[in-house]
Design a protein around this ligand. Structure first.
Ligand code: FE2
Length: 382
């Protein structure tokens, strides 16, 4: 693991940040049946009904459901006719992430600065208005068919975006304690990781905050490489993975085959109480990867002691749920990964609780990948 933590360099970069990002605004999925997908994310993950647009609101081409849990907003969009361009995305990738929307002060400037630095346009700056004010959005293309949309909402008082209405539902399962998006991971093709690292550096002013090579991320059978990109204020983190040569097919290759190209591999969402959150998710039918073996948990006290941290949670409760623990100099983290959420083995979620650690669970990679390989073996894709 290689961390770049030159503070002076960071301050200097921050002072000239040409793309100040306030946070993640929303994540939009293109799906085959948004009504049913919305029911799933409400029932299984505790998202709340938030906003809606569709035939009833005058939207004749697409229907969108917006779901919210604390700071996280998911938009599920489905086309209403065969003529919609959204169909191509769904045919090719299945239900998948299309938009990682970023909240900005000035969407026109964000567009101009990134286009000037080589971004390909997805959406020219567009002003949308209703009686609650105006929202400006613009967008650029990133890996695969994924896009970043910049959202400027400082002159808007409405619920979500112009065109949306409050979504009132009689069915409101309790939230499970998911707070905010910690990071979003992209899988890219062979030899493409450094191309996209450079793209995030050049076009968006991000920096490479951590790197892992295939000597660090491998099992007996498969390997991958990963670099974590972070924006100036550290609020947005995008790790980028590419496959590496191994004896068998890696999970990244399996993803690329089934997603038919690069795309979002997982969305990591943070909680303050992972034991409670994961217990509830399991009770609601969310499936997680199989638990790490017994000797994984026997090694945990040593791993924490090495960095002088004390586990505040009951290790038996973590073990029972299959939650993994990793530590670095600054603290420790707790994490667990769901199985893919669609029939294609592509997108999954990570639940993470940070207890000071800023890493991504490098110490868990081996146990995690062995668990994924057990699933791949069942699918016949290892
Ligand atoms: Fe992650």
């Amino acid at each position: 693991m290689k961390a770049k933590t030159n503070e002076l360099e960071k301050i200097f970069k921050g002072a000239q940040d040409f793309l100040p990002l306030l946070g993640t605004d929303y994540v939009e999925f293109y799906v085959g049946n948004a009504k049913q997908a919305a029911h799933f994310y409400k029932t299984a993950f505790g998202f709340q009904s938030y906003a809606y647009k569709g035939l009833e609101t005058g939207s004749k081409e697409t229907v969108s459901y917006v779901l919210k849990q604390d700071k996280i907003k998911l938009v599920l969009t489905t086309p209403l006719t065969s003529k919609s361009a959204l169909n191509d995305h769904i045919v090719k990738h299945g239900d998948a992430v299309k938009v990682i929307a970023l909240w900005v002060e000035d969407a026109k400037k964000a567009y101009e600065e990134t286009i000037k630095r080589g971004a390909v346009s997805f959406l020219e700056p567009t002003v949308e208005t209703d009686n609650q004010g105006e929202v400006v959005r613009s967008g650029i293309c990133t890996f695969g068919d994924t896009v970043h949309v910049f959202v400027e909402r400082k002159n808007y008082k409405g619920i979500f975006l112009p065109g949306y209405v409050n979504w009132e539902s009689d069915y409101n399962p309790e939230p499970v304690g998911l707070k905010y998006i910690d990071h979003i991971v992209g899988n890219v093709g062979w030899g493409q990781m450094n191309t996209w690292v450079k793209w995030y550096e050049d076009v968006m002013g991000f920096e490479n905050f951590l790197s892992f090579d295939d000597t660090q991320i491998h099992t007996e059978y498969s390997a991958l490489m990963s670099k974590v990109m972070s924006n100036g204020n550290g609020r947005i983190k995008f790790p980028i993975n590419e496959p590496a040569e191994g004896k068998k097919r890696s999970q990244i290759e399996e993803y690329l085959d089934f997603n038919e190209g690069a795309g979002v591999q997982h969305i990591a969402v943070a909680t303050d109480d992972i034991i409670k959150t994961v217990s509830q998710l399991k009770a609601r039918g969310v499936e997680f990867l199989s638990n790490p073996p017994e000797d994984y948990y026997r090694a945990v006290p040593n791993r924490l002691q090495k960095h002088h941290h004390e586990l505040q949670e009951d290790i038996n409760a973590l073990k029972k749920l299959g939650i993994m623990i990793d530590a670095d100099e600054e603290g420790y983290l707790l994490q667990i990964f769901t199985k893919p959420l669609e029939d294609r083995p592509t997108l999954f979620f990570e639940i993470i609780q940070r207890m000071g650690a800023k890493g991504f669970g490098a110490g868990n990679f081996k146990a995690l990948f062995e668990s994924i390989e057990r699933e791949q073996a069942k699918r016949g894709t290892l």
